[in-house]
Design a protein around this ligand. Sequence first.
Ligand code: ARG
Length: 591
Amino acid sequence: MSLQSTLTAIFQDAFAAEGVDRSFGEVVISQRPELADYQCNGALAAAKSAGRNPRDIADAVVARVESDPSAGLIADLEIAGPGFVNITVTDDALAASVEHMGESDRLGVTPAESPLNVVVDYGGPNMSKALHVGHLRAAVIGESLKRLTRFLGHNTIGDIHMGDWGMPIGQLIIELEDRQPDLPYFDEGFSGPYPEESPVDLDDLSDMYPVITQRCADDPEVAERAREATFDLQNGRAGYLALWQHFRDVSVAGQRDDFDALGVEFDVWYGESTVHDRLAPMVERLLESGVAKESEGAVIVEVAAEDDAKEVPPLLLTRSDGSYLYSTTDLATIEMRVDEMDTDVMLYVVDARQSLHFEQVFRAARKAGIAAEDVDLEHIGFGTVNGPDGKPFKTRAGGVLRLGDLIEIVSDAARSKIDAAHIADDYPEDERARIARQVGIAALKFGDLSNHRSSNYIFDIDRFASFEGKTGPYLQYSAVRIASILRRAAEANLSAGPVVAPTVDAERNLMLRMVRLPEILERSMALRAPNVVAEYAFDLANDFSRFYEKCHILSEEDPVRQASWLSLVATTRSALELLLHLLGIEIPDRM
Ligand code: ARG
């Protein structure tokens, strides 16, 4: 148990013994670190329902805690203001807690008692498109949430949910038909087999994409053909399906390279098409049950609620030509996840601008009984990556920046910083290049994850790639430095030993920070907010740096203290490793 949860248990018992609800006994981190380590504010909250003066409750609770034999870890209790209880723990308790973390391979974090089946739906690129800067946040935030839920003990599946079944495919099919009409895919009389080789690669498709989108916008006839092609594909036209398979294969291959480079890994590459067999029966069933209805030839589900502040339009299940949409596949995907994967929680890490879409889909899923109330459906929205002008990030030429190019840019920036700081000066060239890439990706990811996901941020590679300040490279550098301290200690035949009570402020502060790790992860998860982890990792690295400045480990004369410090160093390294892993950031072996 963490120090904070042990304290909470003690205070909860005291509240219960006072006849007040246990839940008021929650202990939190002190708002005033100069006064205390932790605090309990329950007396104030409890006063009303208990019909007592908060100060009386606080007095009574403190008296009970003081006489509780299990409260030996508390050094001091003080009632402040109208009834806050300030708690200072003993130095021994702190040392024991750090030691316990160091001994555990999970740093004292207990895995969830009842693990949930979680799907993190993230990345979400549309097929046939090279990844661009707009895909960055979904990938980076989603990856982090996936790692976090998994570390906390849940059965988590990361699903890319590719956009591979909608109108864009129909559009690409007719664009290709116009460019290469003789291909057998367009010949309805063709009896196969179709060529094994794709007629296009991802670059071709990416070039065709904007062209055909524009053509459809300009010419209703072209748009109509695209709609028909989409309908035919969705209804199993063989040549189109064969083409679709090519499009999908080349897309997956190209996109996988970018995701690999980013350190983003999906467990399943499902997509909208995965549920295509479910679409017709689902729509039919919803029509029969009256949940859906026809409206001007289309099928819709009304999802508006009386108390809506803004209008929530109906969810469209089929267009009047019978073709299915983004919303249809999303609804059927919920059905599949519930039926086949027994999913308890679905986290959709998708641009905040899609919030209305998810509101509609989730409401329809409830209304249709596809997701019972105990299935948790959450849209984890995020803001945009902006350029220095505060507008969505573009290339100098005003185009959309490809993710592959972005990765080059950050690696180059990292390389200049590394050169300027004379880091890794004498390493072989291939190692320097690898470090530059790892540092560049860390700069990119931490630059993103250190912001709350719902805010927009300005992409500032110069700041992100710096080795100073709240950056990914700074954290990597701290972790590498700590490893080198441990290496030097090992070379000097020094070994870690039991953690003893701290005597120096900087040492105590580091310990106090460290023992908060379990609650930090819980909080980050509860808020679906990786920036909580990012912030904490930075604080921990800073506290370590202050400790290292004050405590001269390698030259310390007292062997007991020295061994204790080495344990503290090793545990800090493990904690940083875990935290950076949860953020999806790699640590170079040396730098
Ligand atoms: N493909 C979609 C897009 O490009 C994102 C998919 C997000 N996930 C989902 N289940 N809708 O906007």
